[in-house]
Design a protein around this ligand. Structure first.
Ligand code: PRP
Ligand code: ZN
Ligand code: MG
Length: 226
């Protein structure tokens, strides 16, 4: 655990799909930041709330370790990491505080076009390439299917053509990536979007109060958006 802090610290994705929308959302909540020169740490000027700009995959761990109090991250990353940090989403030291309505996509199985999908049973013995091995393994377990999980950190969509997997399990947003790789979606495992993640119980101190204030403002902003 990191040393005690008075100021609240929020982890955001530094660059990538969620980065701009995350910053915009906090701005609409009235938070203003003075950016440091390396831009990894942004000092909050309107409230005692600072930002840490990091790789999205690191956000769950930073919250679990208490380095950051809150984080904006995809549900897919939050849940995948819950298996690395704890025994899955229910055992994780953090939880989803709010769904934020942007960065919508789904974790889905996709197979080469022209190949039929006979349901989960038909996956037995097949090789599935993914960057989400824990979420996929958990889903396979719940379907009681024995398939092989091939872990790739990126370019998952090319695996079937290379012959290193029979199908893939990856994020689908517009579907353009699947179409460009002659793949078609077979089944959705998890609906995803950006979420605000935080501790299971708010600390009974200034940071807890700041979190409650931020959540009230966030609820106002999210309501206007609906
Ligand atoms: C995700 C995913 C697909 C793509 C899907 O990758 O892995 O490649 O987005 O989106 P689409 O359905 O709109 O084409 P991302 O670009 O986030 O980067 P990564 O694969 O490097 O993680
Ligand atoms: Zn990432
Ligand atoms: Mg991709």
């Amino acid at each position: 655990m990191s040393p005690p802090r008075e100021r609240l610290r929020i982890a955001l994705q530094k660059s990538g799909r969620l980065a701009d929308a995350s910053r915009d959302l906090l701005a609409r909540c009235g938070l203003k930041f003075r950016e440091s020169r390396d831009k990894l740490f942004c000092f909050g000027e309107s409230l005692a709330v600072d930002l840490l700009l990091v790789r999205d995959d690191d956000i769950p761990g930073l919250i679990a370790e208490g380095v950051c109090d809150l984080g904006i991250v995809g549900r897919n990353v939050l849940r995948e990491q819950a298996f690395a940090i704890a025994d899955g989403v229910d055992a994780a030291p953090y939880r989803e505080l709010r769904a934020l309505g942007f960065g919508r996509c789904r974790l889905a199985l996709a197979l080469p076009q022209g190949q039929g999908y006979a349901g989960p049973e038909g996956l037995a013995g097949l090789r599935i390439a993914t960057s989400y091995p824990n979420l996929l393994a958990d889903w396979l377990r719940r379907q009681r299917v024995d398939a092989r999980v091939v872990v790739l950190s990126g370019s998952v969509e090319i695996a079937p053509r290379l012959g290193s997997a029979d199908l893939i399990c990856d994020l689908v947003a517009s579907g353009a990536t699947l179409a460009a790789n002659q793949l078609r979606e077979a089944a959705a495992l998890l609906e995803c979007e950006a979420v605000l993640a935080g501790p299971r119980a708010l600390p009974a101190d200034a940071r807890g109060d700041l979190t409650e204030l931020l959540l009230r403002r966030l609820d106002g902003v999210l309501q206007v958006r609906d």
